[in-house]
Design a protein around this ligand. Structure first.
Ligand SMILES: Nc1ncnc2c1ncn2[C@@H]1O[C@H](COP(=O)(O)OP(=O)(O)OP(=O)(O)O)[C@@H](O)[C@H]1O
Ligand SMILES: [Mg+2]
Length: 448
């Protein structure tokens, strides 16, 4: 792993912060469900709530299995021989967590027999539970981490940062992160959509979704290099607000399709309609101005220009001025590492940082439809997760995303819909989560 190697402290804190972010997501989810229970006469969803409790239980079990194996705690004990109250408190929390969890599970289960007679009890218990969790995570964030920053030296941090590569570190090890990710996926698949899940087993919604509205329609698209036809009558639709992914083997024509959409490759036959306008004769730079912005394969930043100049070039279709500076500021806020390196040559950045720069540059053009060509290619797993998180975040802010990925399982997991391209033809399409379960897709692209 080469990312952020320059500062092991920041790297370790970053890992911890990411775990916390996931914990916060789970806490917020539980609170939303608690609110649902309070507002609706409907019985709580025991399976879903138990799945969330599994997440916290797994966490506390991992920690209990060996608090001494968690390097961060170990180092802190060494550096603070007289003891640290916050450590004692946190460890105590882990011990009582198990009991609290079992109590909540039992109460929930029993209360379902005569629901809603004990609804008040359930809400009360859930709210006590989430409050304790909040306090615990805040304690780690506001007390433990600052103290650790003050007490630990560089070699401690280096050790902690490295622990994530050791398979078995109970908090940061590769295997544990995978386990947590699986648990999260399970929860996301079960959680109703109005609380941010996919809601597979829970079609109940608070409001009916708006009817899908096409942002981009590709009809019978044929693209050729010279006389060699690469895309054969491709049909696909990307609706406003969606993340749509395109999966396919090497050479299937994925990049060709993206370049045809962005105008870098001419259309031979067929139609491209974007926001109601015929795109086929519109040149690439004008498509950028219309909001169709591509992040090309292999990132392709301008290696000999500074980070700052790369970003400014992203706004080339726009008039300069205040808005551009504001957007630059936003990009720097989103990617603090880019601010830190703003005057360095882009070629000196690591792969992950270059990908962030490529994304940042695309954002400078204010995209409505972001075309991403294998953004996770060649990046370390932690950075891949971060990239996928960013994609989801951008989508949450209203940007429609068309994502080409070799990393099919992660792409499908975050996609609303997906297409499978084989030798220039669309052979399969469906909801991202359905394709994840599809036997053909599993065999060909997920290595299952
Ligand atoms: N500039 C070009 N001139 C001629 N043929 C090309 C050109 N670019 C790509 N091709 C061919 O077009 C086909 C599709 O290539 P494309 O790069 O679109 O595939 P891809 O799905 O993006 O593959 P990968 O997963 O390797 O990125 C391949 O057979 C490739 O060799
Ligand atoms: Mg490609």
């Amino acid at each position: 792993m080469t990312e952020h190697r320059h500062d092991p402290c920041e790297q370790a804190v970053h890992i911890i912060t990411r775990e916390h972010l996931n914990l916060w997501r789970m806490i917020l989810l539980l609170e939303r469900l608690q609110q649902d229970i309070a507002e609706e006469a409907q019985a709580p969803d025991e399976v879903l709530i138990n799945a969330i409790l599994d997440y916290f239980e797994h966490f506390s079990e991992r920690v209990q299995s060996g608090p001494n194996e968690i390097l961060l705690f170990q180092c802190l004990r060494t550096r603070a021989p007289d003891g640290m109250a916050v450590l004692d408190e946190l460890e105590q929390d882990y011990l009582t967590a198990h009991e609290a969890l079992q109590g909540l599970r039992a109460l929930l289960h029993d209360s379902l027999d005569d629901w809603p007679a004990r609804r008040g009890h359930v809400i009360h218990a859930m709210s006590r539970f989430t409050q304790t969790l909040r306090r615990h995570v805040q304690l780690e964030e506001q007390v433990l981490i600052p103290q650790a920053r003050a007490l630990l030296n560089e070699s401690d941090w280096a050790q902690i940062a490295q622990a994530k590569d050791q398979y078995d570190d109970p908090l940061f090890g590769e295997r544990v992160r995978e386990e947590f990710k699986e648990l999260r996926h399970r929860i996301i698949n079960m959680a109703p959509e109005h609380v941010g899940g996919l809601g597979i087993e829970h079609p109940r919604r608070l409001a009916p979704p708006p009817p899908p509205e096409a942002l981009l329609e590709v009809k019978g698209l044929v693209t050729a290099y010279g006389r060699i036809e690469v895309l054969h009558e491709v049909d696909l639709t990307i609706c406003r607000g969606e993340i749509v992914s395109l999966v396919g083997a090497n050479g299937a024509g994925k990049s060709t399709l993206l370049m045809t959409l962005s105008g870098l490759q001419p259309v031979d036959r067929g139609g491209l309609v974007y926001a109601g306008a015929d795109l086929t004769r519109i040149p690439a730079h004008q498509r950028v101005a219309m909001g169709i912005v591509q992040v090309p394969e292999g990132r392709q930043v301008f290696r000999d220009l500074s980070v700052h100049d790369n970003l400014r070039l992203g706004a080339f279709t726009r008039k300069g001025g205040v808005e551009v500076s504001e957007d630059l500021e936003q990009v720097y806020n989103r990617f603090p590492i880019l601010r830190q390196k703003r005057d360095q040559l882009a070629g000196m950045l690591s792969g992950g940082q270059q990908q962030m720069l490529a994304l940042g540059r695309a954002l400078m053009a204010r995209p409505r439809l972001l075309l991403l060509d294998e953004p996770s290619m060649g990046l370390a797993p932690l950075i891949v997760e971060e990239i996928f998180d960013i994609i989801r975040e951008l989508n949450g802010e209203g940007i429609t995303v068309f994502l080409v990925e070799q990393n099919a399982s992660q792409a499908l997991a975050i996609s609303d819909r997906a297409y499978v391209l084989e030798a220039g033809r669309v052979v399969l399409e469906g909801a991202g989560r359905d394709l994840l379960e599809d036997d053909k897709v599993k065999a060909a692209y997920l290595g299952i």
